[in-house]
Write a protein that binds this ligand. Sequence first.
Ligand code: FIX
Ligand code: ZN
Length: 400
Amino acid sequence: MKNLKQTINEIVNETEIFDIHTHLFPAEFKKYHLSGISEVLNYHYLIAELFTTTNINIKKFYRLTNEEKSNIIWEELFRKRTPISEACKGVLTILSQLSIDYISKSFDEINNEYSKLNLTDLQIFKISKITKVVMTNNPFDKSEWQLFNNKKWDTKKYLASLRLDDIFTNLDKCLDICKKNIDHFDNENDLIIKYLEKVYLESKPVYAALSLNNLQLKSFLKNRFVSDIFKWLERKNIPLSLLLGVKRQVNKEFLLAGDGIDKVDLNNLSEICNQYPNNKILCSCLSLNDQHELTVLARKYQNLKIFGFWWFMNQPSLIKLILNLRIELLGLNFIPQHSDARVTDQLIYKWFHFKVLLSNVLYDHYKEIQLKNFKISENQISDDVSKLFYKNTQNFLNLN
Ligand code: FIX
Ligand code: ZN
């Protein structure tokens, strides 16, 4: 092998990626598909930063058009101040990767240049080496579910997942929707499962997902639908993905930018794995406090797989720390990252930033085993990176 560092960098940059959790929609579904620099600047991570950095009037800001909002974000965070936060650096990465010279330019100038590129999502997938992304699909959102009316998009690239949060936060609405779609049922449990079966057939999801705060996690196993949902998931052979530790609407005025972190008791996750050993559980925790315990739990259960650095965890300093910890405790038996992208263009920065961190962390580990006389080959590195970026996900989702 020529040079270990260079070899790892090349392999990490060339390996195909299976992005296990995004909020993306195919370009053919125009109403929900987001792309372009204006959408990139309107990301709720940047909106939260704008609100807390300036004294801007929040209600007035939300009444503006998207372009007006992105103009303000560009002026305030990128021109009047140094764009040094992770979310700001993400925008700079996208612009520099696309060779757009943004120095001393206004939002309009950048927007013009960016639009001229006419980037398609397939081009973006190619730049980032992404083969598949999993969408977040809410079967209790009638308008969003129209995606599945005609599948004129590439269903091999955009895979579905069933987001079930509404059953736990807005049951009455869910039951109403189920009743409108299902004619014959014995009781409410039967109704929910029949509806899940219907939306399963329409969307062919690769997993079902739930985000929970601590209280919801604590009462999860006592919920009257949970046992039937687990039985159904087992029959379908798809995992349940648990996104743990979000406290929704800590600041309601901020809307989508107003969610925060909750402290969760992971004993409840352990109990879920014990009670449902035949169900596969994917899990990502939002708080740094939970990462050590979560990683240890992933050594205790064959049915539990950690994935990604979710949202507030997706900071380089934390990723370095926890990625090392995961490798130390789990070897390569985890899914290291997901993008959580809402705008297709964000795939560029989310994965670019992660690849740099992963390459450095892997280098340190390979160097260490080399010093113990282990002969690491290029093929073995390719195999390892392919597990991390693709195969661990593919296997856990039973997509072989
Ligand atoms: O619940 C989720 O899937 C979260 O990722 C989102 O709700 C959140 O708004 C987000 O975009 C985080 O990156
Ligand atoms: Zn998400």
